[in-house]
Design a protein around this ligand. Structure first.
Ligand code: ADP
Ligand code: SF4
Ligand code: MG
Length: 398
C-alpha cells in the first residue's frame, strides 16, 4: 500500500475540522560522518516516514523502546530539528493552518506560542543560573506579552496553577525536588497559553509516587486549559490512563495506532503484544511475571531487512524477512503494520486502571486565567520542599 493510500485512509477516519496536528511522511535522518575528511558515510534514520494526526483536545500517546525515534519525532514536529522530508501541518488557533516545516524564524516564534514542549529531564532542562521567576517569565518577556508587575503576577499565577507557591519565584532550580522542577518546566511551557503540548517522557525521571502526581497535574491542566497532548513514553502503563489513542513506534516507523481500549485489549501487531507483556502487573493476585522483550532494538543506521521486528518476533514467517508490512487499517481507527494482523490472535491485557495514577488529597484554589475564573487543583509532590532558598551556584544575569 502506498503512503498516499495510507494518508487517504487516515483522512477517512477523522473529520478534518477536528484535527489539530497532522504529520505526513515525516522523516528525520542524521548523517553519520567518518574518516579524515568527516565525509557522510551513512544515515541514522531516526524517523523514517510516519503519518498520524492528533485531534483537538485529545491525548495521543507515543510509545516504544528507547532509541526508536520518539524524541526525534517530537523535536522535529516543533522544529527543534529540521525535517529531512515530510509535512507537519498545525491548525494554529491564531494563524490558521500552517506548515511548520516551511516557517521562518519569525513564524516559528509565533507558532510556538501555541505549541510547546516539556522535556524528560527536569534537572538539565532548567537553567541553574536563573531564578524560577525568570525561567517561567522568559517566554512572556521575549514575546513582549508581559513585563514589570504584570509579568510577576502572571508568574505567580502560573506557579499556583502547577501546585507551587508564588514565593518560589525567587528561588533557583537546585532548591527543588525532581517533581517540583518538572512542575516549573510545565509552568514555563504554559506561560503563553499554548494549545498543544509535546510531553517527552515528562515523568520517566521521577519517583513512581511523584510520577502519579505529575500525571494527575497534566490531566487537570488539560481539562482546565483545553489542551491537546502528544505524550511520549517508553512504557505502555504510563500512557494508558492519560491517552485517548496510542501510537507504537519501532525503529523510526509507526507499527500500530489505535484508541486505547483497542490497542491494549486487542493488539494487532506482535511488538505491541510484547510491550504489553513486559508491563509489571499491578494486581498482587495476578502474579504472572512481566515478560522481558528478547533482543535489542536494532540500530536505525543499519536496520534488518523486511519487517524490522522480524528478528525478535515469535510469529515471523519467510515473507517477514523480505517484505516490510505497511501501516494499514485493521479495524475502526485501528492501524497495524504486520503481514498477519488479520490472522494472529494476539494477547492483550485486562484494564490496568488507575494503578499508575494515585489521587492525593488536594486543595482547590480559584485563580484567574485567560480572563475567566477556573479552579485549580493543587497537588503536593509527596517530596520534602526546601523551605529556605539556597545560594545559587552563580548570581542571576539581569
Ligand atoms: N542529534 C542526533 N544525532 C545523531 N543521532 C541521533 C540524534 N538524536 C537521536 N539520534 C539517534 O536517533 C535514534 C532515535 O533517537 P530518539 O529519538 O532519541 O529515540 P527515543 O526518544 O525513542 O529514545 C537513536 O538511534 C539515536 O541515537
Ligand atoms: S510482519 Fe512478521 S515479523 Fe513483522 S510483526 Fe508481523 S509476524 Fe512479526
Ligand atoms: Mg527520548
Amino acid at each position: 500500500m502506498s503512503r498516499e493510500q495510507t494518508e487517504t485512509m487516515m483522512e477517512s477516519q477523522v473529520n478534518p475540522e477536528d484535527v489539530l496536528l497532522e504529520v505526513k511522511g515525516l522523516k528525520k535522518h542524521f548523517p553519520i560522518r567518518g574518516g579524515f575528511l568527516r565525509r557522510v558515510v551513512g544515515q541514522v534514520k531516526a524517523v523514517d516516514g510516519i503519518d498520524f494526526y492528533v485531534k483537538k483536545g485529545e491525548t495521543l500517546g507515543l510509545v516504544g523502546e528507547s532509541g526508536c525515534g520518539k524524541s526525534t519525532t517530537g523535536r522535529t514536529i516543533i522544529r527543534l530539528y529540521d525535517p529531512t522530508e515530510g509535512e507537519v501541518i498545525f491548525n494554529d488557533p491564531d494563524m490558521g493552518q500552517v506548515h511548520i516545516e516551511e516557517l521562518d524564524s519569525k513564524g516559528l516564534r509565533k507558532v510556538r506560542q501555541n505549541m510547546q514542549m516539556i522535556f524528560q529531564d527536569p534537572f538539565s532542562s532548567l537553567d541553574p543560573r536563573m531564578t524560577v521567576g525568570r525561567i517561567i517569565g522568559e517566554p512572556l518577556l521575549i514575546n513582549g506579552v508581559a513585563k514589570g508587575r504584570r509579568l510577576r503576577e502572571r508568574v505567580a499565577e502560573l506557579l499556583t496553577v502547577v501546585g507551587l507557591r508564588p514565593d518560589h519565584a525567587s528561588r533557583y532550580p537546585h532548591a527543588f525536588s525532581g517533581g517540583q522542577r518538572q512542575r516549573i518546566g510545565i509552568a514555563r511551557a504554559l506561560a503563553l497559553n499554548p494549545k498543544f503540548l509535546i510531553c517527552d517522557e515528562p515523568v520517566s525521571a521521577l519517583d513512581v509516587s511523584v510520577q502519579a502526581q505529575v500525571l494527575n497535574l497534566l490531566e487537570d491542566l488539560q481539562t482546565q486549559f483545553d489542551l491537546t497532548y502528544l505524550f511520549i513514553a517508553h512504557d505502555l502503563s504510563v500512557v494508558e490512563h492519560i491517552s485517548d489513542r496510542v501510537a507504537v513506534m519501532y525503529v523510526g516507523y509507526l507499527v500500530e495506532m489505535a484508541p486505547v481500549e483497542r490497542l491494549y485489549y486487542n493488539p494487532k501487531m506482535p511488538y505491541t503484544e510484547a510491550l504489553l507483556a513486559s508491563i509489571p502487573k499491578p494486581d498482587p493476585r495476578n502474579r504472572a511475571r512481566p515478560v522481558r522483550l528478547p533482543g535489542d532494538v536494532p540500530s536505525p543506521a543499519n536496520p534488518p531487512s523486511g519487517c524490522y521486528f522480524h528478528p525478535r518476533c515469535q510469529y515471523a514467517q519467510d515473507i517477514c524477512k523480505v517484505e516490510r508490512p505497511p501501516l494499514r487499517l485493521v479495524g475502526p481507527d485501528h492501524w497495524a503494520a504486520c503481514h498477519f494482523a488479520d490472522e494472529l490472535n494476539l494477547k492483550g491485557v485486562p484494564r490496568l486502571g488507575e494503578s499508575a495514577v494515585l489521587r492525593t488529597p488536594s486543595a482547590a484554589s480559584t485563580i484567574q486565567v485567560r480572563g475567566r475564573r477556573v479552579t485549580s487543583e493543587q497537588t503536593g509532590d509527596g517530596e520534602a520542599r526546601t523551605e529556605q532558598p539556597q545560594q545559587p551556584p552563580r548570581p542571576p544575569q539581569q
